[in-house]
Write a protein that binds this ligand. Structure first.
Ligand code: NAP
Length: 304
């Protein structure tokens, strides 16, 4: 996977980056630059504000400038697939790309979000999908990546909850068409939801409800106490580090997991694709936590 000549000359600095709109608040530069420094890799990772109309030129610039690798974030994860040469792994299933690897001028697209969450679940709450049951709230990019990954890893029951039932059915049909496994779907208003949810051991919030930039105190329309008493509530949000929904889950005696682990591990997967090396995840996590706490404080200060 690694381009073996990539780091053969320690005097050549390799360029990496993230394309997004907006991109100012991305934590990826801090994450990858921390890892480069820690491992002594001569690389630099920068944020690039790329608007939709400039995406084709930005992708061409990866080749023209000899960039080693790029992350792609909102809103380009789907549209970028039109401009690259090949999809690999989860990107083939999801049709969404968050990582581009420049392999000697050939641009290969990967999706590392699903794997990132699986690593975080195993490492932090000792939960693996095989034979288990899970609920996903939302049907956006992150929800889809996670749903495909859970099915690949042998989940036995998957329920997708949405505010618009047609979007849930659309995602379930796509998964069934590609993988022969049909997730169940329901709307947040389903009257029997509390009773149904009791049989599931994991619930994942893949909506933006609770994000500091959105409305920090908002919660997804799913009470944490609805899942099994020994179940886990996982929020993909990492800013704030602990959402109001996770705080409530803790009070209700559920185990909790924030989105920080997924963020670190999806980045670690990209890092490995580009460099062939393991990201020093403990150091990276420490830097990100420090940065997030600072942002929490700034935001909190503003509200005073
Ligand atoms: P997205 O593609 O915009 O999808 C958002 C989903 O949330 C959609 O299904 C949307 O429903 C639903 N939603 C939005 N507002 C809602 C509301 N008021 N009530 C009910 N449902 C609502 O976003 P995404 O990229 O999947 O990201 C989702 C969340 O995951 C964000 O908080 C993001 O920060 C987080 N995330 C975290 C990581 C990580 O590494 N930890 C990685 C990726 C994403 P409609 O389709 O009906 O609008």
């Amino acid at each position: 996977m690694m381009n073996s000549t990539l780091f053969s000359d320690p005097f050549v600095c390799r360029l990496f980056g993230v394309f997004g709109d907006p991109v100012n608040h991305s934590l990826s530069p801090l994450m990858h630059n921390t890892a480069f420094r820690k491992l002594g890799i001569n690389g630099i990772y920068l944020p690039f504000h790329v608007q939709a109309n400039a995406l084709p030129q930005a992708v061409e610039a990866i080749r023209a400038l000899g960039m080693a690798g790029v992350n792609v974030t909102v809103p380009h994860k789907l549209s970028v697939t039109k401009f690259i040469d090949e999809l690999e792994g989860d990107a083939v299933l999801t049709g969404s790309v968050n990582t581009i690897h420049n392999n000697n001028g050939r641009l290969i697209g990967h999706s590392t979000d699903g794997l990132g969450l699986m690593r975080s679940l195993v490492e932090e709450v000792d939960w693996s999908p095989r034979g288990e049951s899970a609920i996903i709230l939302g049907t956006g990019g992150a929800a889809a990546a996670i749903a495909y990954r859970l099915v690949q890893e042998g989940i036995s029951r998957l329920l997708i909850l949405t505010r618009s039932e047609s979007k849930g059915v659309e995602l379930a049909d796509a998964i069934h068409g590609k993988m022969g496994f049909r997730p169940e779907t329901a709307s947040f208003n389903y009257p029997e939801l509390a009773r149904l949810a009791r049989r599931f051991t994991l619930v994942i919030n893949a909506t933006p409800l609770g994000m500091l930039s959105h409305n920090g105190e908002a919660e997804p329309p799913f009470a944490p106490e609805w899942i099994a008493p020994d179940g886990i509530c996982c929020d993909l949000i990492y800013n704030p580090l602990e959402t109001a929904w996770l705080r409530r889950a803790k009070i209700q005696g559920r185990r909790t997991l924030s989105g920080l682990g997924m963020l670190v591990h999806q980045g670690a997967e990209s890092f490995k694709i580009w460099t062939g090396q393991e990201m020093p995840t403990a150091d990276v996590r420490e830097s990100l936590t420090e940065q997030l706490l600072m942002r929490d404080n700034l935001q909190f200060g503003k509200k005073q």
